[in-house]
Design a protein around this ligand. Structure first.
Ligand SMILES: Cc1cc2nc3c(=O)[nH]c(=O)nc-3n(C[C@H](O)[C@H](O)[C@H](O)COP(=O)(O)O)c2cc1C
Length: 190
């Protein structure tokens, strides 16, 4: 790996203040080495509902900012809650915006990892699987290292303190997977 730091945009599918998914992403700062710069995306709630009439010249500011943030990141890490056995609407909305224009969206080719957390023992596994499928349809480079954290309120802490070593280790593995995916995309001469 080169000495260049890896920029990771971390997107939580929840806007709830005590979100276990956001807490999982906050834990990244305590598990990642100096090789990583992790930025948590904070504007999920500001994105308007996807509307093709708002594409092109009419693109809303927060949508343009999302595109820039994803483009400038080397990799994206999404942590999704599960709502009614599926991906939350707000996150799907973000992904729909990020998929446009078709074939050239900011996520196209981008190394992405998907993780999820839930109070249930299954740890948002259905939402994680769906998010993975959606990202593949968007031509993202989705890595195979998934993480689902069940019984999440007992295993993650708002603010990101490590309270479960297994979770910390799994997060490190996911970051390592993103690092490898970025390396594989980067021409050897760089
Ligand atoms: C509308 C709604 C539907 C939910 N459906 C599920 C579900 O299908 N599976 C599950 O594990 N938890 C479900 N939950 C519980 C969420 O996992 C729980 O609220 C979790 O804390 C949400 O993630 P967050 O803490 O990151 O906001 C649901 C919660 C809501 C509000």
């Amino acid at each position: 790996m080169s000495d260049r730091k890896l920029k990771v945009l971390a997107i939580s599918g929840s806007v709830r203040s005590d979100s276990v998914n956001t807490a999982l992403l906050e834990t990244l700062k305590n598990v990642s080495s100096d090789n990583f710069i992790v930025e948590i995306y904070e504007h999920l709630a500001e994105l308007p509902i996807f509307n093709q009439d708002l594409e092109g010249e009419n693109i809303p500011d927060f949508v343009a900012e999302l595109g820039r943030s994803v483009s400038e990141a080397d990799a994206v890490l999404i942590s999704t809650p599960e709502y009614n056995g599926a991906i939350p609407g707000g996150l799907k909305n973000l992904l729909d915006w990020g998929s446009r224009p078709w074939g050239k969206g900011a996520f196209s080719g981008k190394p992405v990892a998907v993780i999820g957390a839930s109070p249930s023992e299954y740890g948002a596994s259905r939402a994680v699987a769906m998010t993975y499928t959606i990202l593949e349809a968007m031509s993202a480079t989705v890595i195979n290292r998934k993480l689902t954290v069940g019984n999440a309120p007992d295993r993650v802490a708002v603010g990101g303190e490590i309270i479960d070593e297994m979770v910390a280790k799994s997060l490190s593995d996911v970051l390592e997977g993103l690092e490898i995916a970025v390396e594989n995309l980067t021409p050897v001469s760089q």
